[in-house]
Design a protein. Sequence first.
Length: 191
Amino acid sequence: MKLKDLVVIAVFAALLCVLAPVAVPVGPVPITLATFVIYLAAFVLGTKRAVAAVLLYLLLGLIGIPVFAGFVGGFQKFTSPTAGYLVGYLPLAAIAGLRVPRRSSGFYSPRNIALPILLAVLGTVVLYALGTAWFMLGSHLSLAKSLTLCVLPFLPGDAVKIAVAAVSAPALCAALGRVNVLDKPNTGEKP
């Protein structure tokens, strides 16, 4: 990886570390801006760099830095019934950052914005599936009860987060391109 790649990975990991701990409790899984940052990272950085940013964030939390919802960290968070949602951030970043069609200028074409949104929705479904399955195992609750507690309250917010990230990503790509931080944002090709 180039130094530029390491810098943007670190910046998005830092953004996760700053925004994810701020939480609104709505049940066993709180509402945070973590998924918004992951959608944005995936749209701007692509799969490889977005997954690296999320992995760095998770490793920082694993070693005890309080970067998870509610300003907690440590290995015990990965043994809780809600740990599946943290683990699910990795496939979310991987799927949402898959080859997103771009114009030759390197930024979203307005007519191709549907694919990033579709990939983010698919990644979110995988996140929900992993998190809910893990929650069911840890809490011994039924699928219906787990979905009611851990998925339904998040659907409207995640739809808004995906839309805002998809609309914001082109401007962020352009800004990062102007300061020469991104060479080829999310083209699916190796630089």
